[in-house]
Design a protein. Structure first.
Lengths: 450, 450
């Protein structure tokens, strides 16, 4: 079942579109999974995609919409009327529906909502639109199965059959009191093995994990991962059950969070993809490069101020890129380990102990590298021994300082509530370049006295 | 329900352990979730953790074992006899059990297996141990609910009740033929709304996604994510149902994969954490630093070969770190976007188009940065205009070349089946440093003719 879109299939579909051969197209597409059709859409021109879109059943197209890349979805929605979009929305779960409506321009948003057929569904969606998209409320859906603690299993099963009609996947059965306050849960397994005459209050599990509607999505992801939950109920400030979040939504949060940290480490400040426009990519990349450029200005000024050494010790200048590069690499390594540790909540001990460990680590690394450098500069590069000694001492010092900077900056940012991932990548390499050059030439000046 | 271990709680637990106050300890710990107890274990000395471990019920301790950091778990397992470990294993699902037994030394592994009480369970575990841990077989568990297509719903429900006893979470009900070949599935929802007299062959859904037992875990994760599946059945070479993989196992694969790419981008070649030993951290970090050091040797040699310029154009040497840093940063940006695109399967179009886009992008970035550099070098740094022009031309050229290298190397590695993430971080920065310096001085030599 490993599906890969073949070139042949794409060409065939494009031909059928140009021939307006709707019958053949329908036969071809009906065999495909909606996620695969979405991948095909990503490759087609938007007019072609819209053509197919209007050909397919709204049950399938609604699912396709969810799977599309953001920019492709935007183009397709632009090509549809408010009524057509409303037909798609009617097919979707409330959380997905709210996500898609939330992306529309204000005016179209209102038009689409007024065109929705199922009033209950529309109410739920409007309710969800109130929440910040990075909060539990922004992630949750309204589809859930809940029973009253005062019912018996028979009533419960009857009610559940009705409720289950609207719920694609039944994860848990939540138990509430008369005020809709979350009291506990019934597992599906319990339901399979319990007799129908039992009272709910006698069988339900009183312990149930839940999150508050204003908790952040990253916090919800952490909890669901930690406690291995497939769904978690969401309660409001009064403890009333207002929705549920399922693991598939959390998978996206985890992925996005990891992607974001990765991009920051590489000096990309927005969530962009290889297929985004040149303008978007520039907006994400240029700021970091400008930062690095200004860092470069500082290093130019620094080197200028040490130009006295050039007359008798020009070899010193040959080693600047080496020292700067080592400082940058060590700094990025140290910061990445801290950033990841902070993200995974796996950092124990005090900052002081952390720095102490980093010093031992960089001392070990530094001594090994210094030996290699000393031997290499002597035998491979044939450098003067005095210069070799200076470069070697500088390397060890630079590695230690660079790793301390790399370790402490993310920890400090985190203390102040700033995303520590900002401190990886260009920021660390640039500051470590500058520090590295400064330390290197200061040591040289101390020893050679130029 | 946001649980954070407080310092007070930790101190209290440690005191109770030293007082051997088992009763108080039990009361205190029984109120906690096993994932929280696991977090406490990560903070305790291993003797303390083992003390608590032996105090608790094996139903809870088995769950705790699963949640522990690898090194903590290893220490606790060392403190337990084979019989004690077997009691834990008996409580676990087969996939988790196999994971834990797989970590034991060969001899202890055999002892534990021979101590297992439930023979069926032991057979399943031994079977799972055969598979590569990075394959679908290594991820799957044996606990599933399956029914024969030739049964009616009544028999089916009876059988399911028996099977469900062994299954913590019922995701799907799989339908097989007499040869155990996977034919389709019954959804839980269908079960809630179908009459008991219907025949299975009349109601089951004939379309079912599955993976092969030898598929890679990353491929399984991709499929489950793409098709939004909470569980997927695993079949062997003959299409027989041999297990199932659930979304919670996939969450770990996705997280690990993202973490790995992140670490590679930062120049860390093994899966290490901030709390790992200095030796382990050195093993993961040193190789990349050695690579960067040898790259540095090349840059020293390069600069040496251009030393003729030093007499009349010493400013040229002040700009080397700036040029090298820009080359490194641009290269990492380009490669990161490609690596992430490859990981997410979101790269469309040919390599040629990709490179063309990268050239336009870097031309745009390069021209903006070059303007800043030219203005900056003139007004801020007061550099000679001729040198300013050379540095500016060099910057644009270096940015274009660096982005082409950053884009093409991961694409080429991927074509040859090598992990493209290897090409981010130190590898790209080092090669771009060298190329940057070479281009810069070649342009200077061409213009100034030293």
């Amino acid at each position: 079942m490993q599906f890969k879109i073949s070139k042949e299939l794409l060409v065939q579909i494009e031909q059928l579109i140009h021939q307006k051969n709707d019958q053949e197209l329908s036969i071809l597409l009906n065999d495909l999974h909606h996620a695969d059709i979405a991948e095909i859409f990503d490759e087609l021109e938007s007019e072609e995609a819209i053509y197919i879109f209007k050909l397919l059943d709204s049950e399938i197209t609604a699912e396709i919409l969810l799977e599309l890349e953001d920019d492709v979805r935007e183009k397709i929605l632009q090509g549809l009327s408010a009524k057509e979009i409303a037909e798609e929305i009617d097919e979707l779960d409330t959380d997905d529906a709210a996500d898609i409506i939330g992306e529309l321009p204000q005016k179209k948003k209102e038009q689409v909502i007024s065109e929705l057929e199922d009033v209950e569904h529309a109410k739920d969606i409007v309710d969800l639109l109130r929440y910040d998209e990075d909060s539990a409320g922004g992630l949750m859906g309204k589809e859930l199965v809940k029973v009253n603690e005062n019912w018996n299993v028979l009533t419960c099963v009857k009610e559940m059959r009705i409720q289950a009609e609207n719920v694609t996947r039944v994860h848990s059965i939540y138990v509430v009191d008369d005020e809709n306050r979350l009291k506990g849960r019934l597992s599906l397994k319990d339901l399979l093995v319990t007799s129908t005459k039992t009272m709910i209050s006698d069988v339900y599990i009183k312990k149930v994990d839940s999150v508050r509607v204003n908790d952040s999505n990253v916090e919800v992801a952490r909890i669901m991962q930690k406690y291995d939950l497939e769904a978690i109920p969401v309660v409001d400030e009064m403890g009333r059950l207002v929705g549920r979040i399922t693991i598939d939504d959390i998978v996206d949060v985890i992925k996005d969070e990891a992607d974001k940290d990765y991009q920051l480490a590489a000096g990309i400040s927005q969530d962009v993809e290889a297929d985004d426009s040149i303008l978007e990519l520039t907006k994400a990349r240029l700021p970091w490069l400008v930062l690095a450029l200004f860092g470069g200005f500082i290093s130019v000024t620094l080197l200028e101020s040490f130009q006295g050494a050039m007359q008798f010790h020009k070899e010193l200048f040959f080693f600047t890129p080496l020292i700067a590069a080592m400082a940058g690499n060590v700094g990025v390594q140290s910061s990445a380990i801290i950033v990841q540790g902070l993200a995974n909540h796996s950092i124990s001990g005090t900052i002081f102990n952390r720095l102490l460990k980093e010093i031992s680590l960089s001392l070990l690394n530094g001594l090994i590298l210094a030996t290699l450098l000393f031997v290499g500069s002597h035998f491979l590069l044939g450098v003067d021994t005095k210069i070799g000694i200076i470069v070697t001492i500088a390397l060890v010092s630079v590695i230690i300082i660079a790793s301390l900077i790399g370790t402490s900056i993310p920890l400090i940012l985190d203390k102040f509530g700033i995303d520590p991932a900002l401190a990886t990548g260009p920021f660390i390499t640039t500051s470590n370049d500058i520090c590295g050059i400064l330390i290197y030439f200061s040591i040289a000046k101390l020893i050679l006295g130029f």
